[in-house]
Design a protein around this ligand. Sequence first.
Ligand SMILES: Cc1ncc(COP(=O)(O)O)c(C=O)c1O
Length: 401
Amino acid sequence: MTPAASGPPDDAPPLDCQRDRFSLPRHVHYLNCAYMAPLSRAAEAAGIDGLRRKVVPTGIHPDDFFAPSDRARRLFAGLVGSQEPERVAIHPGASYGIATAARNLPVEEGQNLVLTGEQFPGNVYAWTRKAREAGAEVRMVGPEDGAGDASRGALWNERLLDAVDEGTAVVAVPHVHWTDGTRFGLAELGRRCRSVGAALVLDVTQSVGALPLDVSEIRPDAVVCAAYKWLLGPYSLAFAWFGPRFDDGEPLEETWIGRDRSEEFQKLVDYQESYQPGAVRYDVAERSNFALLPVALAGLELVTDWRPERVQRYCADLTGGLLEEAVELGFDVEEPRWRGEHLFGLRMPPGLDLGELRDRLSARRVVVSLRGTALRLSPNAYNDEADVTALREVLRSVVAG
Ligand SMILES: Cc1ncc(COP(=O)(O)O)c(C=O)c1O
């Protein structure tokens, strides 16, 4: 199975370096968006402005409880290829969306749930509890080393498809793996899930904003995404898209704003049985966060303007030469179609001194993550040649010893 192509459509001009929109110091080489994105200058200003509005709250009007939230829903829906912004809920973290999904998806005794191995814990614990309570099995499908011509990513995808069978109630997976960027072919996985009646729950925290995703093609049941990485947003905010399986579901909280006619502030004690349409019922309490939502909007607007396919191309062009040299130096990297261009691991050559590598990265102010025996690189459109050159020099020097 092949993930969707990530090149820009013919009419899209390539993205220029976006560093000027950020305040990253020149001497720091920040290649770690998978850990946490820097905020743009526009997002910083929006956050300060949002916080200040509460200093004298007379400027906060009833419409402010609704309009910015709805704009955020529209922008997020656009990034996941949905024409239905009302299917987007506003959450405090990705785990909240996963908990909502786990609460509403039925799992019966003897069924199984399929996860990828070493998945981010926020998309694991809700499922292990669900399985324990139902008497179901959890299948964590890990990678195997590549054999013959097949790469590790290709084999991992095959193993994942093979794990889904007639007894599968839920498949809960990421779009790209958080440790090394391995990419999962979600369209084919979606088809497999539908053929056995399993629900598909996606954690796209490490992709959406930088990698195209199309819910109309994949047809997942739920998609969750924390805002503080590739959406260039604040911490403590996330978005979740819910498909029709969730139309009559039960939210984790019974908020006043999630009920019908919540816009009518004078009538809030005319209690309503019905909810606002779509996934608004799943919003967290106080979702109209006057300080954080403007920051999230600035991030969503920026990545919408950049366009995920252009971010992929930008990162590929920026790191292509580095990766070629890294392979010559003895590092191993997944082939492009089974990884993100924005997130990937460099597996170390045997015997490489990890402590030495860590020290040299730190001395050169190259900020990346070490995950097991892989160096996790996660560039974005604010990175430039100087960042890549700094990393290249560290790799050369540490291999030379
Ligand atoms: C794949 C993935 N999902 C989710 C999260 C964050 O989850 P939460 O928003 O629940 O803290 C992370 C953070 O690193 C992640 O890598």
